[in-house]
Design a binder for this molecule. Structure first.
Ligand code: SF4
Ligand code: SF4
Length: 153
């Protein structure tokens, strides 16, 4: 394999990626955009099937990605500097996989060549989440969903 045949995410570290490469790495699964519950005693994080208020529940995409911080101040801006702190990111998250030196899954758009494969493989939250505000706080525990074992407990 020549250097030009090696994909960019294997040639570079996360800090060396261009902005475009950084954005391409996101598989668009939307798992990071669901509400999470934290056990105060154990600090364990639990994913739910309730979406952030800015997530389009049908497409699984942020409705205003460029200005997401203005809408949701505690939306985490993932950067090469913050990724190692984000132990709660899904195990399938491409940034986490590259950071850990693992391969991207077959269904990742950069491997399959199509964004459709994320949904076909069942890894997109699109169409599977409830909008924020439609679920009462006391009912949130009933909405815990560990999307394809996306996090260890
Ligand atoms: S503001 Fe957008 S990017 Fe941030 S968690 Fe919500 S949907 Fe996701
Ligand atoms: S979990 Fe990772 S790959 Fe999936 S949408 Fe979030 S940032 Fe992108």
């Amino acid at each position: 394999m020549t250097i030009t045949e090696i994909p960019f995410w294997k040639q570079k570290t996360l800090t060396e990626l261009t902005n475009d490469e950084w954005e391409l790495l996101c598989d668009g699964c939307g798992k990071c955009c669901v509400l999470k519950l934290e056990d105060i005693e154990t600090e364990a994080v639990y994913y739910t099937d309730v979406a952030c208020k800015m997530l389009d529940c049908q497409t699984g995409r942020c409705r205003d990605y460029k200005r997401r911080k203005q809408h949701v101040p505690d939306c985490i801006l993932l950067t090469p500097e913050t990724i190692e702190q984000l132990a709660w990111m899904p195990k399938t998250c491409a940034y986490r996989l590259v950071y850990e030196g693992q391969n991207l899954p077959d269904w990742h758009p950069l491997i399959s060549g199509s964004t459709d494969t994320v949904m076909k493989a069942g890894h997109s939250v699109a169409g599977q989440v409830f909008p924020e505000g439609s679920v009462e706080d006391e009912d949130m525990a009933n909405h815990i969903k560990n999307w394809h074992d996306c996090i260890d407990h």
